[in-house]
Design a protein around this ligand. Structure first.
Ligand SMILES: *[C@@H]1O[C@H](CO)[C@@H](O)[C@H](O)[C@H]1NC(C)=O
Ligand SMILES: *[C@@H]1O[C@H](CO)[C@@H](O)[C@H](O)[C@H]1NC(C)=O
Ligand SMILES: *[C@@H]1O[C@H](CO)[C@@H](O)[C@H](O)[C@H]1NC(C)=O
Length: 348
């Protein structure tokens, strides 16, 4: 049985008809720091902490005229041709004594088994029918970093799953953002890991590479979840590959409720010091030339090299070695008296 068929069958168990190829690959952490070239360009010590993966041309300012594929000398993702940047908030555990510690991240489980990454995330490009790949300079954002109302979040696009399997290789549950998945971060000592899923809009207005809110040039279409997305609205008629981030937060070491806050506040929060309703992801396209378009057109699959599209892969020892020094230098590891937070942004 082909991996493609197996992967599709497991991931899309609820949609028996869906059998198609998609990219699914690992990215290690490039840097964890308070920068955000999309929302706060030119700033160091932006309001909250991010983890960033991808091409090492990531910087406090990323002029859309510059091509990350040309400026990067390495990428922390497994496809050599992908110098895009992908970033999210990080998750903290809040100890009842007031201290915070960053929750470790591990490679994803799933139908391929574990994808190896060093504290990073896994990226999917899921096509549905013919798709138009992003153009150089394209960027977008999903989710709202200030939102505290779970009812404002589409659970089919942004969700969390309690992963109670002891082993990240053992796939838990059905399609992402289905079943008992929640918008909120689960608070359950039986969770060994918490899987976070961020599914980006897959419909584009066909004109703007970005928009002032980094969202209105794209839209969700019909269909929901990790299906590649259905038909697009007339306002955003161009169907893009559906981008999905998956993160595995290893909460095993925090299972003892005696460490949890006594005031009923949640043990796990994102780096804005609020919960799952504020989960968000940022995307800056940076594939070399038309390599992503060719990958989609040629049905390139999972994290396999794909000669038809010129895609090559590098071993985890190589992509994990692609890192950057913090530009907003501060402690982000170990027990912290306070969460690195605040609007003390300074011009870089
Ligand atoms: C990143 O930005 C800083 C500040 O603008 C600049 O000095 C530096 O050269 C840039 N680094 C890269 C790799 O582009
Ligand atoms: C809170 O508990 C952790 C884990 O035992 C410890 O390392 C940290 O120093 C404590 N923080 C304070 C403020 O006591
Ligand atoms: C998750 O954390 C536990 C406790 O620290 C550790 O024993 C386990 O190896 C971790 N899992 C992975 C996949 O790193």
């Amino acid at each position: 049985m082909q991996w493609a068929t197996l992967a599709a069958a497991a991931l899309f168990a609820q949609n028996a008809a869906a059998q198609f190829n998609m990219l699914r690959f690992a990215c290690s952490q490039l840097v964890v720091e308070r920068t955000d070239p999309l929302v706060n360009p030119g700033m160091k010590f932006t309001p909250h902490l991010h983890q960033i993966v991808g091409g090492n041309s990531f910087n406090v300012t990323m002029d859309p005229k510059n091509d990350p594929a040309k400026l990067s000398t390495c990428t922390s993702c497994s496809f050599v041709q992908d110098k895009s940047n992908y970033w999210t908030a990080v998750m903290f555990f809040h100890h009842r004594n007031g201290s915070y510690i960053r929750v470790p991240q591990v490679g994803n489980g799933g139908p391929q088994g574990r994808l190896i990454n060093k504290g990073g995330l896994d990226i999917y490009y899921i096509p549905s029918g013919r798709t138009t790949a992003f153009k150089q300079g394209f960027r977008m954002l999903t989710g709202n970093a200030g939102n505290t109302d779970p009812s404002k979040v589409q659970r089919a696009n942004i969700c969390h799953r309690c992963w109670n399997s002891p082993n990240e290789n053992t796939f838990v549950g059905g399609a992402p953002c289905s079943g008992s998945d929640t918008v909120e971060i689960p608070s359950d000592p039986s969770c060994k890991m918490i899987r976070q899923t961020l599914i980006f809009p897959h419909c584009w207005d066909g004109k703007n590479l970005d928009s002032p809110d980094h969202q209105s040039h794209v839209a969700y279409g019909q269909g929901s979840g990790a299906t590649g997305g259905g038909a697009c609205p007339s306002s955003h008629p161009v169907k893009l590959p559906q981008v999905m981030y998956e993160l595995m937060w290893n909460v095993t070491q925090f299972a003892d409720r005696n460490m949890w806050p006594t005031d009923g506040s949640p043990p796990f929060v994102y780096s804005m010091n609020i919960g799952g309703a504020a989960a968000h992801g940022d995307y800056v396209f940076g594939w070399e030339g038309d390599s992503l378009q060719r990958a989609m057109d040629n049905g390139c699959n999972l994290n396999n090299a794909c000669p038809a599209a010129g895609l090559t892969t590098q071993p985890d020892s190589v992509y994990s070695a692609c890192t950057k020094r913090q530009q907003a230098v501060e402690d982000v590891d170990g027990w912290l008296k306070e969460m690195p937070l605040g609007s003390m942004a300074i011009k870089a």
